[in-house]
Design a protein around this ligand. Structure first.
Ligand code: AKG
Length: 303
């Protein structure tokens, strides 16, 4: 007897409204997908200029926080030549348009499966030239290690190239299919000069691929995907913007690593979010990107 065809079951994406079946199948299988040409180049240039204005201290916004490349800073470099990243760009009136971009949120919605979407972390990433390898590279890690949200498939990361990214200027690398792994143990790498960059002890057992991208291309990936980035060995900059999106009604969990909790509580003070336990810190900096607020937004995130 013909039992008919079984419907496909999907675990890592929730609907195919904004992803083709091929794109959805690719994400299910590999844990990431690159969508080309998602952003208007003129908007990305405006964002680059905004970033430079922050680096040159022409702009200041409450909640937007800085992290220098320690090596370049010590060498006397300034401005965009010394800045590694600025965090929480969703509080800036121009850069927040990255986080609310319709085309990007449509894909996020197809992956996490809700139109109630919050941005829990957003970054402008800069790899200046002249850095040393151990402060310019980002070792292999899983973002879920830092994020107190569950279940893991209610989270997705985005990373958008602001210029052509190559192996030479420090593209992302990632391990396809690693979204099927569990969260791994992380530790401070011995030879990395950037505070807060963790890695996994057995990274040598995994073979990453380089994600080469054109300006405006965006990669979406699961928070369990093993990834990092190569050092910038070119004479130019490598700039990108990234965000973590979560279902506004997902759970906030107790992190198990005491050091990570302490680090996040220290950052809350350092970055002007006040004395908070790490869960409150996340609530304070989380921002509704689409739809209605949920249980993770119970504290008003507007500083
Ligand atoms: O853009 C990069 O250099 C890597 C970013 C990254 O992996 C992260 O912030 O988790």
């Amino acid at each position: 007897m013909d039992k008919g065809c079984c419907p496909k079951t999907y675990k890592y994406t929730k609907d195919g409204v904004h992803l083709t079946t091929e794109q959805r199948d690719f994400f299910e299988e590999n844990g990431y997908i690159v969508i080309p040409n998602l952003f208007d180049p003129a908007f990305l240039d405006q964002c680059k200029q905004r970033f430079i204005d922050y680096c040159d201290q022409k702009l200041q916004t409450k909640g937007v926080t800085y992290m220098n490349d320690t090596y370049l800073k010590k060498k006397g470099y300034t401005g965009e030549y010394a800045m590694n990243r600025i965090h929480h760009i969703h509080f800036d009136s121009v850069l927040s348009k990255y986080v609310t971009n319709k085309a990007m949120l449509d894909v996020v919605q197809s992956i996490i499966g809700t139109s109630n979407i919050s941005c829990c972390h957003s970054i402008f990433l800069n790899k200046p030239p002249n850095s040393e390898i151990d402060s310019s590279r980002h070792p292999m890690h899983q973002d879920l290690y830092f994020l107190p949200y569950r279940p893991e498939n209610s989270i997705v990361a985005t990373w958008t190239a602001l210029e052509k990214v190559t192996v030479e200027n420090g593209c992302l690398f990632l391990v396809p299919k690693s979204h099927k792994l569990k969260l791994k143990q992380h530790e401070y790498p011995e030879n990395i000069n950037t505070n807060s960059f963790y890695t996994i002890p057995d990274f040598k057992n995994f073979t990453p691929i380089n994600i080469l991208m054109e300006k405006g291309d965006t990669v979406f990936f699961s928070p369990l995907v093993l990834h990092g980035s190569n050092p910038n060995l070119s004479q130019g900059f490598r700039k990108s913007m990234a965000c973590h999106f979560v279902d506004s009604n997902c759970d906030i969990i107790e992190l198990t690593d005491e050091k990570t909790k302490r680090d996040q509580e220290e950052l809350s003070l350092l970055w002007g979010y006040g004395k908070s336990d790490y869960q409150l810190f996340w609530k304070k900096k989380t921002w509704v990107a689409r739809g209605l607020p949920g249980n993770i937004n119970k504290v008003d995130s507007k500083l």
